[in-house]
Design a protein around this ligand. Structure first.
Ligand code: HEC
Ligand code: HEC
Length: 264
């Protein structure tokens, strides 16, 4: 359903041609915004969006949608576009709903933040930033240009994950480890052993980002033994951080956000 967008773009262009200055950017208003539309949107949300954004939309593997802050744009037209097309380069998928259904989802998502005051997690983000270095987080994670490659890049983690998810990732890293972070252990026939993330594999070779050697290609015919560990290489910080240190680190991670209304 791209008609709505095509229309708004062409009317935008004709407006620009007509009125010299200032250019008028048409606000595409949601035409399906009754209580019944919001209820229909809520129902679709629970089944299709809840698995990532949480059944109450407070976030999970996708961000909290109840704060009223939308980093990819907060107009009705922006929400329509992001829900309909997905957000390229992120885990946010496109959907197969028709135009009316997408507007109903927009109506529901919008209603979530009507009474919202953006929640800032308790904790001191700037102390959290120091802790992220002192506690070794940047030894594995890249954060805004600094750090390692033994874990996911956290530079935008605050707009990708909820506060609860962040807390849980630090305390229970072995929960829900994404496949690309499972650890392969290869013992080769020549006695060498390799440990790292599998980057690529085909019938003949496996490419491993070995933790000490870097990217290494190994022929399957040289394998003596091969195993996959589905746990995380990230240690649990349960009991290793005080409650206030944990709050500070979570506050820091939550502050690592996309700039409002656009891409980085
Ligand atoms: C597979 C997981 C997944 C599903 C399913 C999903 N989302 Fe998302 N969504 C995400 C992620 C991850 C982001 C954050 C993208 C980023 O900024 O990196 C996101 C971003 C968004 C945004 C933009 C937030 C902002 O700050 O601008 C909106 C709005 C949104 N989702 C709504 C929905 C709706 C409505 C549905 C159901 C039709 C849905 N999402 C389904 C993962 C998902
Ligand atoms: C030995 C390397 C290592 C260290 C040290 C480490 N991490 Fe991780 N971290 C990982 C890996 C690998 C993953 C991905 C697998 C998983 O989900 O546990 C991960 C996942 C995460 C995630 C979830 C990211 C996502 O998008 O799902 C967060 C948040 C995180 N780490 C924060 C931290 C913080 C904060 C610290 C320091 C207190 C830290 N990590 C220390 C390796 C590490």
């Amino acid at each position: 359903m791209r008609t709505v967008l095509a229309l708004s773009l062409s009317s935008f262009l004709s407006l620009c041609a007509f009125a010299q200055s200032p250019p008028v950017v048409p606000e595409e208003k949601n035409p399906h915004n009754t209580a019944a539309d919001r209820a229909a949107g809520a129902k679709m949300f629970r089944s299709h969006c809840g698995p990532c954004h949480g059944t109450r939309a407070t976030g999970g593997t996708g961000p909290d949608l109840t704060t009223g802050i939308f980093y990819h744009g907060g107009t009705d037209a922006d929400l329509y576009r992001n829900i309909s097309n997905g957000i390229a380069g992120t885990a946010m998928p496109d959907v197969f709903f028709d135009g009316t259904q997408v507007w109903q989802l927009v109506a529901y998502v919008r209603s979530l933040s009507e009474r919202a005051t953006p929640a800032t997690p308790p904790g001191d983000a700037s102390h959290g930033e120091q802790l992220a270095r002192a506690k070794g987080c940047t030894g594995c994670h890249l954060i805004r240009g600094e750090g390692g490659a033994k874990g996911p890049d956290l530079s935008l983690i605050g707009s990708q994950r909820s506060v609860e998810y962040l807390r849980d990732s630090i305390l229970n890293p072995d929960d829900k480890v994404a496949k690309e972070y499972w650890v392969a252990k290869v013992l080769a026939k020549d006695g060498k052993s390799y440990t790292g993330f599998v980057m690529n594999q085909d019938t003949y070779t496996v490419q491993i980002l070995d933790f000490s050697r870097g990217l290494t290609s190994i022929s399957r015919s040289d394998f003596k033994d091969f195993g996959i560990d589905r746990g995380s290489v990230m240690p649990s910080y349960k009991g290793k951080l005080s409650d206030s240190e944990l709050n500070d680190i979570v506050a820091y991670l939550a502050s690592l956000k996309r700039r409002k209304g656009g891409s980085e």
